[in-house]
Design a binder for this molecule. Structure first.
Ligand code: MN
Length: 258
């Protein structure tokens, strides 16, 4: 059977599961909150154009307003100053939107310490157990944070010292950007960096190093717990916003069951 026929047959007979990694997009979808003097994104919203009424008797449609970085979304290199000469979201090759994925599960560590940081040594230990990171893969960093996504307060987990959410160390970000064969990092949190990363040097090192290296980010993923440690394929679909720094994205994973 031709490969694509095999794929469709596998999806229909459930030997290939399609796992939706996307958060629902609505006005209550959590968004990042930067402190003054920085600008902030707007929440997602809808404005009704018509709903089977005098404005349009047979049709229902809406205008939507959203930030590029709202809900489950894709970070393009140009999002960061280090990647300012890199790809905008419309320039990301379509072939880069389908890639293998591996899952590094640090949900227990993040539950014990909201400021938990992924280190190079953690990735090396993972490689000892599961093999080298596949070429061109997404590194999906599981922290259990998707369980908090129903509440902006729980999701951002901020107190008087700022937000407290798991992320990665400066050294790890630099290593993933420059040494690891990954295409990007996917997280369950509001951004790819730790909540405390505003105080790092450089600030927001995952953004700074990875986007500066032409790599990508995926944020606010759901259902990463349903993926195998290795072997899933991720299909990420950001909108090709011309000159855009990112886009809300539908992110799906294909998982093969024996
Ligand atoms: Mn973003």
């Amino acid at each position: 059977m031709a490969l694509l026929d095999q794929l469709i047959a596998g999806i229909r007979n459930a030997t290939i599961e399609v796992v939706d990694l996307t958060a629902r997009l609505e006005s209550t979808t959590p968004i990042i909150m930067l402190p003054p003097p920085f600008g902030n994104t707007i929440p997602f919203s809808m404005q009704e154009i018509s709903r089977y009424d005098e404005r349009g008797p047979a049709w229902y449609w809406n205008n939507i307003s959203t930030g590029e970085h709202t809900g489950t979304h894709f970070d393009a290199p140009v999002h960061w100053v280090t990647g300012r000469d890199g790809e905008d979201v419309s320039s990301v090759p379509a072939t880069s939107l389908i890639a293998p994925a591996v899952v590094l599960d640090f949900s227990a560590e993040a539950a014990a310490d909201a400021d938990f940081l992924l280190e190079v040594e953690h990735v090396r230990q993972w490689e000892s157990a599961h093999g080298a990171l596949p070429d061109g893969c997404w590194l999906l960093y599981r922290t259990g944070w998707d369980a908090r996504s129903g509440s902006q307060q729980d999701f951002l987990n901020a107190n008087e010292t700022g937000p407290h959410t798991p992320g990665m160390s400066i050294e790890c970000a630099k290593w993933l950007a420059n040494e690891a064969p990954i295409i990007g990092v996917g997280v369950e949190t509001v951004g790819t960096d730790a909540g405390t990363a505003h105080s790092f040097d450089p600030p927001f090192p995952c953004h700074s190093h990875l986007l500066g290296a032409g790599k990508y980010g995926l944020t606010q993923l759901q259902n990463v717990a349903r993926l195998p440690v290795t072997g899933a394929v991720v299909i990420a679909g950001p909108l090709p916003i011309v000159a855009g720094s990112g886009s809300p994205a539908r992110v799906l994973a294909l998982v093969e069951h024996a």
